[in-house]
Design a protein around this ligand. Sequence first.
Ligand SMILES: [Zn+2]
Length: 272
Amino acid sequence: MPANRYPYATPDQRVRRLEDEVYLLRRAIIELMPDDIANALSDYRSCKSYREFAEWKRKTVGFIISKAEVDPKASHFEERGWCPLCKGGTRGPYQSGFKIPGGMEKHLMGDGNASQCVVTKAAFDAARDALRDGFEAEEEAARREVEERRKTEQTLLIDPSLPPQLFDERQWWNKPRPADALTAAEERLSSLNFEKEVSQNVIAYKLWYDGRLVLADPRTVGRITFRVFNSETPKKGSKQATFNLLDGWKNNLAEKFQGLLAEACKTLPKRK
Ligand SMILES: [Zn+2]
């Protein structure tokens, strides 16, 4: 243990000073880099959410990989090179450095079990610490907005233990289904004997199968997702089974659906 460096300070003051030192050390690591890389690693201020932050990290890592040079001595049979930031890489008897781009990306992102580059770790941690309060305020505002919208806009019951979802909620990684394609999906559900239940602003597409509740979710373009529950009032987080029916499937639809549904039910606990 190092000697107490701040003998007269209160614990809070010590934490403050250590935080300041961590900040300065991270900045020092970043500023040891060439200007274009130091600028890229510091250019995070436009990120407004964790999602944008994740995109920024990927983009920055892509830029750094574009600066990596292939070292012909590092491998005879694939493109490998050394990290342009920390100059690190593996050292094996037959090949060394990192595979470009895959291994290099893992090293820079700290993905999987790769130990992360000290430079990107310093830069990404510094960025996250600087942005965190803003993200939390932003997410809180977004949560409140969703709750307000749920009161008035059309919503869909996808899981009885959750509040009904907006048609574009948590869909940012998927493309939402346009309104005319929703009609086609409804026709498909009705041909599979689903009942459309509407109460106030909540829609549910329901089917009972062998005492189990099946809820359909047609919000994403290209497929309908089905969730199977052992009861109409499942506890939050209790086991459910899901499967998809692709819009592109045209033949023997009822048979395919029955097969997938029976398979999904096998993964659920036995009903008492
Ligand atoms: Zn590195």
